[in-house]
Design a protein around this ligand. Sequence first.
Ligand code: GLA
Length: 381
Amino acid sequence: MTEDFRKLFGSSEGVRVYRAPGRVNLIGEHTDYNLGFVLPVALNLATYIATAPSGDGMLRIYSEDRREMRQWPVTGIASLGRARHWTDYPVGVAQQLIGAGFAIEPANLLIRSRVPEGSGLSSSAALEVSSALAFLNGRALPPLELARLCQRAEVQFVGMPCGIMDQYISIFGRERTAVEIDCRSLEHRDVQLPAGVTFLAVNTMVKHALARSAYQERVQECLAAVIRIRAQFPLVESLRDVPPDQFRSLERLLPGVILRRARHVVTETARVGQFVAASEQGALDGMGALMVESHRSLQHDYEVSCAELDFLVDRALEIEGVFGSRMTGGGFGGSTVTMLRPDAVPHFRRQISEAYEGKFGVVPAIYPCEPSAGAGEVKDF
Ligand code: GLA
């Protein structure tokens, strides 16, 4: 990467490389902005940024994926508006850093992303977090502040009202463990995954256009549910505060669609705890069953799945050695995550690819989900 950096910018003196991973969420979908629990793992698919001072007052960013260079005088960064362009992510992060009291130094950046865009594996958060580290270039910011700052960049500048999961796991990911995040307290704990299973992400290779507007709609629907519940139960501040066994008694407060959205969030939040317990007991069938319940709830109650995701899940469940499967991430395309026996991986790959290509005419990309370390500087290149 330093060699490519030198070719692009003429010199690689003082270059440093930062890495921020994508993620796969094992369970706890659309619960983060409801202040519930999530259980993601950081992947070894990551975004890398090489950076060195430019010395000429300019910030230059080159995206290898887009083969595109953009540049601005650093003095102009604070006043840039949203451009509906990939640069919104780094620029949004730069503005948040300025707001937090960090000057953006004149620098050149080369972005190399190994998190496929639109895969539902959180390429946006990987770009935000790696950009933040590149802009800071060694200056310290507490990790939780970093996660919140990157989330704010996405919400306020990019205009996507996401929760904190993706940025958080990109920073707090750990090798060999999943991370259970409490999206209210913003604390986490590492969760040991049982031996004898492995997880694979299967990419539908589609991202339906309504993904963003539907996400915004779901956020609003959850707020509407909270407002109605709170009118009678003032202590309920988010759907996280509704225990599943009390949900039935609240049903009469909620009109049809809102009721189904809230039911997903309430049951999904509970499923995270059940999945963690099952994982710690090595209850593989129980874990698999919870993944499938999660998918059905996202499919029928939350309505964020799509034909491609449903097909991958249904087909996966017919393959020998599979414990469970579900969509992962925001939905409307992107990827599924499947839990299976390691010895089933070769025939799973073959059978799921053949079936998906036969139905949709596209070969799905398949990625191993090896829990990996969170973001940081890459020193051993
Ligand atoms: C996207 C958002 C996350 C989360 C998931 C759904 O990935 O960025 O904050 O809400 O969707 O669980």
